[in-house]
Design a protein around this ligand. Structure first.
Ligand code: SME
Length: 159
């Protein structure tokens, strides 16, 4: 596998378009889930310059912190709690333009201002969520939802 990402685009959409095939190649050449989630976190952090990006994995009745890049974060989230726990419960993507306006938002870092969280499914059950945080308000939109959604499908196919 390539050991280096090649991203030449400058717009968010162009970067995602270049990044996704490279992530797909990365995932298809490695069978270990944690290794893949670790590389995906690093790739997203490096190429998209996200403030925090990482995975929470469903373990029993909690989400537990998995591979991530960025400041240290809360390790356990209950179903229905915060943005991540709400995505797990409602089984759908959430875009939060201003985390201070989201009731029950879990502030792992005061630097985080907006957030997108996407679920990944196995047998129709959520098995993990991808959480991406920005230090800017209103930083996520349908473009992020579309391309990060495609990334979740790549991950799901590897499960
Ligand atoms: N803000 C998230 C918690 C995880 S951190 O942002 C890394 C939430 O409300 O679920």
């Amino acid at each position: 596998m390539a050991e280096q990402l090649i991203i030449t685009g400058t717009s968010k959409e162009d970067k995602y378009k270049e990044l996704l095939p490279q992530l797909e190649a990365l995932v298809s050449s490695e069978s270990d889930l944690i290794a893949n989630l670790a590389n995906i976190s690093a790739a997203l952090h490096e190429s998209m310059k996200f403030f925090w990006v990482g995975f929470y994995l469903v373990k029993g009745d909690e989400l537990v912190l998995g591979p991530f890049q960025g400041p240290i974060a809360c390790t356990r989230i209950r179903m229905g709690k915060g943005v991540c726990g709400t995505v797990w419960q409602e089984k759908k993507v959430l875009i939060v333009p201003d985390v201070n306006e989201f009731p029950g938002h879990i502030a792992c870092s005061t630097g985080s201002k907006s957030e997108i969280v996407l679920p990944a499914f196995k047998n129709n059950e959520v098995v993990m969520v991808l959480d991406v945080d920005s230090d800017q308000l209103n930083d996520f939109d349908k473009v992020d939802e579309q391309y990060l959604g495609q990334l979740m499908q790549i991950i799901e196919r590897s499960l």
